[in-house]
Design a protein around this ligand. Structure first.
Ligand SMILES: [Zn+2]
Length: 162
C-alpha cells in the first residue's frame, strides 16, 4: 500500500483488526520512508452484474438514491433510507455470492421498502417490475391490502394528501 503522504511505494502493517463483524479488515500502517501512519480498510468486493453484462461494485449509496427518488414527498427520513440500504446490503451479502445480478438488488429492496412506505414501494415496484397497465397496480395494491389486513389501514401513519 502506497503512502498517501510521501507516495513511497511500500508501507508496513503495524496493527490489523476485523471490523463490522469480520466483513472488513482495518489495518494501521506505517511508512518506512516518512514515518507517518495511516489506516486502510479492506473489504471483500461485492459486485453487481448489470443487464448489459457490465460489472460494477455494489455501492450502498446507489440503493439510497434509488429509494430516495421513490420516497419523494413521503414521510421517510434519511435514517430510514440508510437503514433500508443497510438491510439490503446485509441480505445480499448473506447470500454469499461475490457477484449478484442487478435485478436481485432490486428484489432485495422491495421487501424492506414495502414495510417502510407502501406508496414508495408501489412507485419503486412499478419501475422495477415495469408495470404496463393499471391492472398491475391494482394487483399490487390488492396484495398490499391483503398483507396489511391485520391492522386497519393507515393506523400507524398519518394519511397525507398529495
Ligand atoms: Zn511516507
Amino acid at each position: 500500500m502506497r503512502c498517501p503522504f510521501c507516495h513511497h511505494a511500500d508501507s508496513r502493517v503495524i496493527d490489523s483488526r476485523d471490523v463490522e463483524d469480520g466483513k472488513a479488515t482495518r489495518r494501521r500502517r506505517s511508512c518506512p520512508e516518512c514515518g507517518r501512519r495511516f489506516t486502510t480498510v479492506e473489504e471483500a468486493v461485492l459486485a453487481v452484474v448489470k443487464r448489459s453484462g457490465v460489472t460494477e461494485p455494489f455501492i450502498r449509496d446507489k440503493v439510497v438514491n434509488g429509494v430516495r427518488r421513490a420516497c419523494q414527498g413521503r414521510p421517510v427520513g434519511e435514517d430510514a433510507l440508510q437503514h433500508l440500504a443497510h438491510r439490503v446490503e446485509e441480505s445480499i451479502r448473506a447470500g454469499g455470492a461475490a457477484e449478484v445480478p442487478s435485478h436481485e438488488v432490486g428484489l432485495a429492496i422491495l421487501g424492506p421498502l414495502r414495510e417502510l412506505d407502501e406508496v414508495a414501494y408501489l412507485r419503486f415496484a412499478s419501475v422495477y417490475r415495469s408495470f404496463s397497465s393499471i391492472d398491475d397496480f391494482e394487483k399490487e395494491i390488492a396484495d398490499l391490502r391483503d398483507a396489511g389486513a391485520g391492522q386497519p389501514p393507515g393506523a400507524s401513519k398519518p394519511s397525507d394528501t398529495e
